[in-house]
Design a protein around this ligand. Structure first.
Ligand code: NAP
Length: 315
């Protein structure tokens, strides 16, 4: 039998900036809302040391902003539960079932998915073997283990360039390895890194293998993307920031998406499944910032309110 405590107006999947902001707006809209999060609320904020591009906060620690957002959402009535969502499905009666790893089923006429993404892997030999023994996907979590050491960062986007700069506070030397001769990252982040004496960019190179021994990784094997020459670079850490894959696979009904799995929405943030809304990093869009995530979430939560009202009027 259904547990009435798991019946909501809206189920919000994920408690990063988008999920928390959607929770806050849903609460203000007097909707019965639950935010389901597998870990601690904050999402990508928890993987970022210092936030300097969230308007109104010139500089704030990622974890402090996460805490403020969670408190704010709770203050307006959003309930945050620690649950790992495994499937979101639209049922024949038009409502949604959200199933979690604890076998709990949440039911609601609307869902906002804000589940972000999972870091992409290089897929080279040694990457899995040395994961946690040199290979990392989170500078804030693991940077301090590399005090005084030489490490590499792979990628050329905002994440790689920002985290390479951050990692120089621990490492003696940080090499940023990029496959082209031009970075994708914003000019401001590029300038900061290029001015950092402890950082150096290695252009036109890809990592072909990560090698090491019983103590952990010791070197990365590189290939020049122009000359195809091979070389070895000694390093005890390899931080990989080559984008991420959206967690849109949780949606078990058919939905429109781009070739990489990013969800396509309309201007109300509604997906091709009526009643299912998406906000934040897993949505098709030009850029993925905290500001865009909370912007999406604001629109989605207000659109949910209107959608429910219209459904009542029609019904
Ligand atoms: P991204 O912008 O997609 O950049 C991924 C980088 O990895 C690109 O430089 C790409 O090279 C490289 N790459 C991809 N696959 C590779 C492979 N197999 N081997 C080697 N290199 C590979 O991803 P991101 O940096 O994670 O950023 C994701 C989104 O979050 C972006 O919209 C970004 O603006 C945003 N973000 C913003 C901030 C900030 O504003 N402070 C911080 C972090 C992230 P190519 O350039 O050659 O394609």
């Amino acid at each position: 039998m259904d547990n009435p405590t798991n019946q909501f107006d809206v189920v919000i999947v994920g408690a990063g900036p988008a999920g928390l902001c959607a929770g806050m707006y849903a609460g203000r809209g007097m909707l019965k809302a639950v935010v389901l999060e597998r870990g601690v609320p904050g999402g990508e904020l928890l993987n970022t040391e210092l936030i300097e591009d969230y308007i109104g906060f010139e500089s704030i620690l990622g974890r402090d902003l996460a805490e403020k957002m969670a408190e704010h959402a709770k203050k307006f009535g959003a309930e945050i539960r620690q649950e790992t969502v495994e499937a979101i499905e639209k049922m024949a009666d038009g409502t949604f079932e959200v199933r979690t790893s604890k076998e709990t089923i949440y039911r609601a006429p609307t869902v906002i998915i804000t589940a972000g993404g999972t870091p992409n892997k290089l897929g080279v030999p040694g990457e899995q073997e040395y994961a946690g023994r040199g290979v990392s996907y989170c500078a804030v979590c693991d940077g301090a283990f590399f005090k005084g050491e030489t490490i590499v960062v792979v990628g050329g986007g905002d994440a790689a360039v920002e985290e390479a700069d951050y990692l120089t506070r621990y490492a003696e030397k940080v090499y940023l390895i990029h496959r082209r001769d031009e970075l994708r990252a914003s000019k401001l982040l590029q300038e900061r890194l290029l001015a950092n004496p402890k950082a150096e960019v290695i252009w036109n190179k890809v990592v072909k293998e990560i090698k090491g021994g019983p103590q952990g990784m010791t070197e990365v094997m590189l290939e020049d993307t122009v000359t195809k020459e091979h070389s070895a670079l000694p390093a005890t850490g390899c931080f990989i920031f080559i984008g991420f894959t959206p967690n849109s696979g949780l949606i078990k009904s058919h939905f429109d998406h781009d070739p990489s799995g990013y969800i396509i929405t309309d201007d109300r943030m509604m997906t091709s499944i009526p009643g299912l809304f998406a906000a934040g990093d897993l949505r098709v869009q030009l850029t993925r910032q905290i500001t865009t995530a909370v912007g999406d979430a604001t629109t989605a939560a207000i659109a949910v309110e209107k959608y429910l009202k219209e459904a009542v009027e029609v019904g």
